[in-house]
Design a protein around this ligand. Structure first.
Ligand SMILES: Cc1ncc(COP(=O)(O)O)c(C=O)c1O
Length: 370
């Protein structure tokens, strides 16, 4: 195995331009190696509280913020189990693989799960939401902010208020955009906004977070069989004293507390969002100049992951593996989009300079393959 992929002493030597997990800088890894107290200690509670307060600022919300020992999929399942009664209708708005996954979670939990969507590459717009709610009533809506498979960002400002006007609870999966693209939870009225930390937060995997509105908390009180591990009410009970019901990954929480402080007080929220916009714009310009087309419809492209069409019919697997031998990793298309697209992640702590360096190497590889 080439040293560049894995080094016994140093770990992976690849620079990740992936849509998560992402490249984690040393300052975050160092944070994780500091000594810990138990999860029932004052030291832990102080750290947990810092995360809660940081998340509220990041999400522009006064809603409670929870920490889950799971990846994002755990909170996606929690939303289904805690917020949807068995005789109620859940609307799963899918624009790609992760929307489909949320619908499957609804189905496998025995809930009435209606999937609606648009052709992959497109976004959910106001017209569709208006049409759906004119025909029927839904109790809870489940929708992605950023669909990581297609690289489409749904216009939440346009669609969430319509769902709220129809008295639906709204759960937003912001897994690949939270801490990279601004979401104003209270302004939009989002009831649950969730993400895992191995993407834009730039933390190694093992933890997920969400905000939860009072309306969602009140609803959970009326829902039976919420399950045990992901019961919102048990998590909230412990969150009141800045703890979790079970043993959490304390090093990840320590890193998240430090990273939120970095995001809010060193880089600054607006600067962070602006940097991600620049990374997205640069990648799209690079792709088009190389003769590629973007997979997402114009105006709805994500600024954290670029899904690029393989319209020039390049051998994507070869391109990806050649780039890995040069020390960088990008990824093939997700699921059905494999070989039809490839994806460049530009989230987390990636700088424009680093992105330019990687794209220069990739340009050389593509030229040599044509
Ligand atoms: C939009 C979206 N939702 C959900 C998930 C699942 O996240 P996790 O692997 O943290 O459960 C992902 C993972 O890539 C994602 O991109």
């Amino acid at each position: 195995m080439p040293e560049i992929h894995f080094n016994k002493k140093k770990g992976s030597q690849l620079k990740l331009f992936t849509p998560g997990p992402v490249y984690v800088p040393k300052r975050i890894l160092d944070e994780m190696s500091k000594p810990n107290d138990t999860h029932r200690s004052l030291a832990y509670r102080e750290m947990h509280q810092l995360v809660e307060e940081g998340l509220k600022k990041l999400l522009y919300t006064s809603n409670e913020c929870l920490i889950f020992t799971s990846s994002a999929t755990g909170i996606m399942e929690a939303c289904v189990r805690n917020l949807l009664k068995n005789d109620e209708k859940g609307l799963f708005l899918s624009i790609g693989a992760f929307g489909d996954r949320w619908h499957q979670i609804g189905v496998t939990n025995g809930k009435i799960s209606i999937k609606e969507g648009v052709e992959w590459g497109n976004a959910i717009k106001a017209d569709l939401v208006n049409e759906l709610f004119t025909k029927d009533q839904y109790d809870v809506v489940f929708v992605q902010a950023n669909e990581t498979s297609t690289g489409v960002y749904n216009p939440l400002e346009e669609i969430v208020p319509i769902m709220k006007d129809h008295n639906a609870l709204v759960c937003v999966d912001a897994t690949s955009s939270m801490a990279g693209i601004k979401v104003e939870v209270d302004k939009l009225g989002i009831d649950v906004c969730l993400a895992s930390v191995q993407k834009c937060f730039t933390i190694p995997p093992g933890l997920a977070v969400c905000s939860i509105s009072q309306a969602a908390i009140d609803k959970a009180k009326e829902v039976n069989n919420r399950g045990y591990y992901f019961d919102f009410l048990e998590l909230l009970k412990k969150n009141k004293v800045h703890e979790t019901p079970n043993t959490p990954p304390i090093p990840q929480i320590r890193a998240l507390a430090a990273q939120l402080d970095y995001i809010l007080n060193q880089e600054g929220l607006e600067n962070r969002f602006k940097r991600h916009t620049q990374l997205g714009e640069f990648t799209r310009k690079w792709a088009v100049e190389r003769g590629f087309e973007m997979f997402p419809e114009k105006g709805y492209e994500s600024n954290t992951v670029s899904t690029i069409k393989n319209n020039i019919e390049i051998d994507i697997s070869k391109m990806v593996s050649t780039l890995m031998d040069r020390g960088y990793k990008i990824v093939n298309g997700y699921g059905d989009l494999k070989n039809k697209t490839f994806r460049i992640g530009h989230m987390g702590e990636i700088t424009l300079k680093e992105l330019k360096e990687m794209l220069e190497v990739l340009t050389g590889i593509i030229s040599s393959m044509k």
